[in-house]
Design a protein around this ligand. Structure first.
Ligand code: MN
Length: 249
């Protein structure tokens, strides 16, 4: 890169990333899919639902669509490509719902893309993104779920969230409707920031404070292994997936 091409407004960042996905201790099929595409500055998790492998196919459609994208020239074009890819997956999954012989299916998505010192996070459903900076864990996403609506409405205490019988019910998913609306957040990245993307199989087993403790570790591979091992030790009922991304100057 020539000196003229360097954007002095933001640091030139490099990214180290690791991904893990596991069926968990109760399920035989893993309907989560992960994308660890560091070269393109793109990482994602899709948590499919539908049973009889339909969720598997739905999550695969989302991740395959995202995996086919090359890093755009501009951040804006790249973001537009990613939204278009999710919309394409949405149409594919939604079209499948017309077949009465197939179970209804859908998928969450949480995607993080990095471009010139900034990130964009897009999501639908209850797969999450967090940012760990200077020892503090901050949620980037807010679940599109029934329990989140109850918590927001003051009808359910935060501490009761995981105990609710409908804790798994989401209110937004790729493929559930003709149009998918992705929620989006944008912010600068600092050198040293660590991002965690995860499916609800991880956050169902670990509290945010435990995630923060684990993320303080230096070795990203060991952090990922540790988080997965903790979830499995707690007899993870759901599929467990996580992606860790660390920015360095
Ligand atoms: Mn799940």
């Amino acid at each position: 890169m020539s000196a003229a091409a360097v954007n002095l407004e933001s640091p030139v960042l490099t990214f180290e990333s690791v991904a893990r996905t596991h069926a968990g201790m109760r399920r035989t099929v893993n309907e989560d899919r992960v994308l660890d595409h560091g070269d393109a500055g793109l990482w994602a998790i899709a948590d499919g639902m539908g049973g009889h492998r339909a969720g598997d196919v739905a999550a695969g459609a989302v991740i395959d669509a995202l995996a086919s994208i090359d890093h755009g020239v501009s951040g804006y074009a790249y973001l537009a490509d990613i939204i278009e890819a999710v919309e394409r997956a949405n149409q594919t999954i939604y079209a499948g719902q017309a077949d009465e012989n197939l179970p209804p299916s859908g998928s969450t998505v949480v995607a993080l893309l990095a471009h010139e010192g900034h990130y964009a996070c897009l999501w639908a459903g209850d797969s999450r993104a967090y940012r760990f900076r200077e020892g503090r864990l901050t949620p980037i996403t807010r679940d599109h779920s029934l329990v989140q609506q109850l918590v927001d409405g003051g009808q359910l205490a935060e501490s009761q969230r995981k105990l609710h019988p409908n804790a798994h019910v989401i209110t937004r998913a790729v493929g559930a409707d003709a149009i998918v609306e992705l929620e989006q957040r944008f912010a600068p990245i600092n050198p040293g920031d660590v991002f965690l993307l995860c499916s609800d199989g991880l956050t169902g087993c670990l509290e945010d404070a435990e995630l923060a403790d684990a993320l303080a570790g230096d070795d990203l591979q060991a952090v990922a292994d540790g988080l997965l091992a903790t979830a499995l030790n707690r007899m993870a009922r759901d599929n467990v997936s996580l992606v860790l991304v660390r920015a360095s100057a």
